[in-house]
Ligand binder design. Sequence first.
Ligand SMILES: NC(=O)C1=CN([C@@H]2O[C@H](COP(=O)(O)OP(=O)(O)OC[C@H]3O[C@@H](n4cnc5c(N)ncnc54)[C@H](O)[C@@H]3O)[C@@H](O)[C@H]2O)C=CC1
Ligand SMILES: N[C@@H](CC=O)C(=O)O
Ligand code: NA
Length: 701
Amino acid sequence: MLSLVLKKLGSQCCWMDTRDVLIVNPTSSNQVDPDFIESEKRLDKWFSEHPSGTIIATGFIASTPKNIPTTLKRDGSDFSAAIMGALLRAQQVTIWTDVDGVYSADPRKVSEAVILKTLSYQEAWEMSYFGANVLHPRTIIPVMKYNIPIIIRNIFNLSARGTMICQLPDNEKGDDQGLESVVKAFATIDNLALVNVEGTGMAGVPGTASAIFSSVKDVGANVIMISQASSEHSICFAVPEKEVDAVAKVLQARFRQALDAGRLSKIEVISNCSILATVGQRMASTPGVCATLFDALAKANVNIRAIAQGCSEYNITVVLKGKDCIKALKAVHSRFYLSKTTLAVGIIGPGLIGGTLLDQLRDQAGVLKEEFNIDLRVMGITGTRTMILSNTGIDLTRWKELQKENAEVADLDKFAQHVHGNHYIPNTVLVDCTADSDVANHYYDWLCKGIHVITPNKKANSGPLDRYLKLKAQQRSSYTHYFYEATVGAGLPIISTLRGLLETGDKILRIEGIFSGTLSYIFNNFTGARQFSDVVAEAKQAGYTEPDPRDDLSGTDVARKVIILARESGLRLELSDIPVRSLVPEQLTSVTSAEEFMRELPKFDDNIAKERQDAEATGEVLRYVGVVDAVKKEGCVELRRYKKGHPFSQLSGSDNIIAFTTMRYKEQPLIVRGPGAGAQVTAGGIFSDILRLASYLGAPS
Ligand SMILES: NC(=O)C1=CN([C@@H]2O[C@H](COP(=O)(O)OP(=O)(O)OC[C@H]3O[C@@H](n4cnc5c(N)ncnc54)[C@H](O)[C@@H]3O)[C@@H](O)[C@H]2O)C=CC1
Ligand SMILES: N[C@@H](CC=O)C(=O)O
Ligand code: NA
């Protein structure tokens, strides 16, 4: 029909019944092998009888040497095209299909997969083998012999240029999609089992491998990959899950004697595995590909069960747990195709600090991406009542509106699961901007799941000691990070300074300072005729206080900071070990709300005014200080008097000042000073923790 249409449109066109031309021999594996010599003869004859400019040939069908009609089996139409291309020494074979080309990974699993402009024959071959529905590997063989390119194009989208499969020169430099990646694509095979045959008796015994694989063949199982350690101590291989019982059974029977005699120690089946194959011809000549690949998997917390890489290095195959496969695929894909450090961010508690952080992220995200190759995407924001989730990244210019329009009922577990699991970004960080202990109770679980945690919330580190120690142990034993610089001194580098001292072998003797922005502000401004309660209200208004300002005035906030620094210095103290001087009037400790407390506070102004005047009478000022005494292994929080010339007397605004006395800084302490509370500086401190995480994950410095 098609040839008649073309003729009618004026083409000089003939149709070819390929049963007259293509001769194939059936093979034992229910496939067919083209007989090129015979087919070429028949083609010459056909041409002499049907001279024409355009040929419409039937796909899929052929004949046996005895002229019995047969088919080219599955994917036979593509195969016909490739055979005809080879017989005709065509300039190009185009396969018209319904996709835009070959993707760098299955787009159903990795939504940021890209269409590859070129693939080498070997790469296409590997991709097909590992389940990418590109081309049947058979299709590649005939054209490869004559270096004929195959182009995969979409009949429904002529604007897509498609993927060209051809012989790539060795020095091929990626392609013009800006993909310099030496790794072209990733493919996966699910529902596999690993079989591990292990034992000292295998080493140096010829025929073990042969015995294993001939038994496997006897049960008709298909071996997908094989890996043997050079010590010959074990051989492991992957087979489809549904075939593994038969394989295990036949191996147990075949090696019964060796097992009984202890020459083999075990025949082990590891079920529910998947294969992740990384394909790229240039991997062979590029150092560091494996390192990058394994690093990406490690950082995504994916455990590798087996590895295979042939010396052709067209592919590196890793076997992993099936449940990790998509996460692994996303991690490696984004490592080679996305910005090296794409981070899915979840913000918990968009209050003063969380909201300011979101605005800072909005303003800086573009620069980070352009100049530092760091791609931060806020995939979720949750408050106490509602949350918003996105699969691609929330538009931060509208996050407040979206909270009204698109919100759903808050659910912290669902939130964490969404930010961590529901998309293509391998690295997740949850940023807890609440002051809630319940949220802090989740950190351990999150770290175990490979979710990084960043927080200004002091509850986790100043709560029960065993919880703190468990968190630190988990962080240290994994690739998952937990940063909390803003818990002490807001954006000031306090935790990182302390870390730097400890890690380089200095010994902390004492840490002393003004740790509360609120109390610093209050005592810096509680002068002249001013009322104490008015200054407290100002501090609250300025965003220095805790959500409940009693946490500041009671000294609890400072005690928490003292505990955090004490624990970071190696002391094992509980919050209850720190004596604290509270500035909350006894009568107001039990009022129910922060608002009521603020209303009642003016009634008690006189008490603290008296204390201040007593100090002033001796030329002193009041300062609220915290101390970690690392020598005596104790801490305290006190309202002290200082002479007017003392550095602690000369602060302004919400300044914190922290003095580290150490073995190296013994005569003069190392001092960090600056605003230690407030929305911008605190959010800035959290933001720089996020960037520190990005650099731990490989962002350029
Ligand atoms: N204000 C400051 O200068 C500094 C504050 N911080 C810490 O930052 C944290 C946040 O402080 P602010 O923003 O001032 O408080 P805020 O009260 O303005 O914000 C906290 C937000 O968290 C939400 N929230 C509470 N529990 C939640 C839960 N279970 N799930 C989801 N959302 C929840 C609240 O609804 C609120 O929107 C606190 O831990 C504070 O100690 C740390 C350093 C400085
Ligand atoms: N409320 C705190 C905020 C920082 O941690 C303070 O006043 O210092
Ligand atoms: Na800090």
